[in-house]
Design a protein. Structure first.
Length: 262
């Protein structure tokens, strides 16, 4: 397939008309034109930067360049693109144009690395359990995690809303380990946890089932992408090398420089 040509339904999805499946339905219904001609066949190739694509006679927006931001989500921010109650949103921490979306989520009370992008292919593969992309955390707990509890987490904890047991890979950090030099509260310790698939509040629920209370939860890594030196509330564009590494990790081809914006 020529590098500047994509399937019509993909171009429509990238322009925000509908999902790819929804775009296919619009094409079947005869509601889509390319350069003035109605198209009902799936898979027609177009150049979104040149061809005039319209739905119900209204031209679609030109697709935005693929854009990627690493964000340090603070506690109290929602991992979503909107909130009817007017809560603080992680998307508010990045430039408004082009529009990007959170990849996965962090609980309201959790913090750390999030990826925001308009690269739908990458987002889907990073979040789908089939691709088993690692996510690494530092967790401040009350008390100490015993060897028996670590073994239980590794074997798998049956969560109420999850069919398969949740398996958490636990790393015992050096005694007295601190998060960026901050004092450790009395009676608490930091542990490392790595997941290959994440469900809503999985770490908190699994530890709670073992009688371990979580005081703080920080995500450090998503696949090959690391939080680095970002401070709470800050964002930065990904480098070309970081984008290539993420796409390679999930089996996607690299993209050309003109397709991206940093």
């Amino acid at each position: 397939m020529p590098a500047d040509r994509v399937r019509l339904q993909k171009a429509m999805a990238q322009a925000g008309v509908a999902s790819r499946r929804g775009s296919e339905a619009l094409i079947r219904e005869g509601r889509v034109t390319v350069n003035g001609s109605i198209v009902t066949e799936q898979g027609v190739l177009v150049n979104p930067s040149v061809d005039r694509i319209a739905v119900d006679g209204k031209p679609i927006d030109r697709p935005e360049p693929l854009t990627y931001y690493a964000v340090f989500k603070p506690v109290g921010y929602l991992s979503s693109a909107g909130d009817p109650h007017g809560g603080a949103l992680v998307v508010d921490l990045v430039p408004a144009v082009p529009r990007v979306f959170p990849v996965g989520r962090l609980d309201l009370d959790s913090e750390g690395l999030m990826l925001l992008t308009n690269d739908g292919q990458l987002a889907q593969r990073l979040t789908h359990p089939r691709y088993e992309q690692e996510k690494e955390y530092r967790v401040l707990i009350e008390g100490e995690l015993s060897a028996a509890q670590r073994a239980t987490l590794a074997r798998g904890v049956s969560l109420p809303d999850k069919l398969r047991p949740a398996r958490l890979q636990v790393e015992q950090l050096p005694a007295g380990w601190r998060w960026r030099g901050e004092p450790v509260p009395p009676g608490c310790q930091w542990i490392g946890i790595t997941l290959r698939e994440g469900h809503k509040r999985e770490i908190r629920v699994a530890l709670d089932m073992l009688g371990i209370a979580v005081r703080r939860l920080v995500r450090l890594r998503i696949a090959s992408l690391r939080l680095g030196t970002l401070e709470s509330g800050q964002c930065r564009p990904l480098t070309a090398a970081e984008i290539a590494a993420l796409r390679a990790a999930v089996g996607l081809a690299n993209i050309t420089e003109q397709d991206t914006r940093g």
